[in-house]
Design a protein around this ligand. Structure first.
Ligand code: ZN
Length: 278
């Protein structure tokens, strides 16, 4: 065999081998793969801390696991670091301040010291993106700062069982500008709050459940009132999204785009500079 033919044959074998390695790696579920892409980036653009509670109700943990997978996959292209924790006890302010955003999946800071660290983080330019029960609070929560931060009163009622909902977008915000005027959000349990975030002049509501849905629910029925489900309190670098119950949250491309836009917007407002401009 001539030398150049041998080299071409060797190259072909190597190419096949590298394709099969890439394929084998890609087929591993991201959840089981700690060595995800951002770990190889020499200079990750930013760091995000995600927390969830593995002991929460089953439908919340279902969402949490899918959300972890969703956000981890987003690190592949942009080279950012996602740390996942089941407790904020290990994150005093000195550690929290290194993160551009804290993503709370159906979980909130636990005891006094965790709450104080989170307050200090948010009051000093921290970023937050919270889903569903991460904002759940009632008269037993005893955390007045948290309601000022959310920009609304405590939990008031919800629809049950989880259902899809026609939602209307306020398209005058970077998070929603690329979304349609309305779309059907996948099935979820949605919370209503009293007083509503709409009553707070510092709050910008981005998505609401359409009043065409009323009466909304079968066992627990919401019959009236405005029904904001995504908003930001402009006094903080925060965004709350009420989705987060069950295993259907990531089946809709429009809603997935909303989640991506939300993350990018919170992070892009980082007082240390927009990491996406790096
Ligand atoms: Zn729920």
């Amino acid at each position: 065999m001539k030398t150049h033919l041998r080299i071409r044959l060797l190259l072909a074998v190597l190419t096949c081998l590298s394709y099969s390695l890439v394929e084998a790696k890609a087929s591993r579920p991201a959840e089981e793969n700690d060595e995800y892409a951002a770990n190889y980036a020499s200079q990750p653009r930013f760091r995000a801390l995600l927390h969830y509670e593995p002991g929460a109700e089953e439908a919340h943990v279902q969402f949490d696991k899918q959300a972890i997978n969703f956000f981890r996959r987003l690190t592949y292209g942009d080279g950012w670091t996602l740390d996942v924790t089941t407790s904020l006890a290990d994150y005093p302010y000195e550690r929290l301040k290194d993160y551009s955003v804290v993503i709370s999946l159906n979980a909130m800071p636990g005891g006094k010291s965790q709450r104080e660290a989170f307050e200090k983080y948010m009051e000093n330019g921290g970023g937050w993106m919270g889903f569903h029960a991460s904002a759940y609070n009632d008269r037993n929560t005893n955390w007045p700062w948290f309601n000022r931060f959310l920009g609304c009163g405590p939990f008031y009622c919800n629809n049950w069982p989880p259902q899809p909902a026609l939602v209307e977008c306020n398209q005058e915000h970077p998070v929603t500008v690329s979304l349609p005027q309305s779309f059907v959000a996948p099935a979820s349990e949605f919370y209503q709050w009293k007083p509503s975030p709409n009553e707070n002049p510092d709050v910008e509501v981005l998505l609401s459940i359409s009043q065409k849905m009323y009466p909304f629910g079968l066992k627990d029925v919401v019959k009236w009132g405005d029904f904001p489900i995504v908003w930001t309190n402009t006094k903080y670098r925060m965004l709350y999204l009420n989705m987060g119950h069950g295993d259907e949250a990531f089946i809709d491309a429009t809603q997935n785009l909303l989640f991506v836009n939300a993350l990018r917007w919170v992070v892009s407002q980082d007082p240390h500079g927009d990491p996406f401009q790096k």
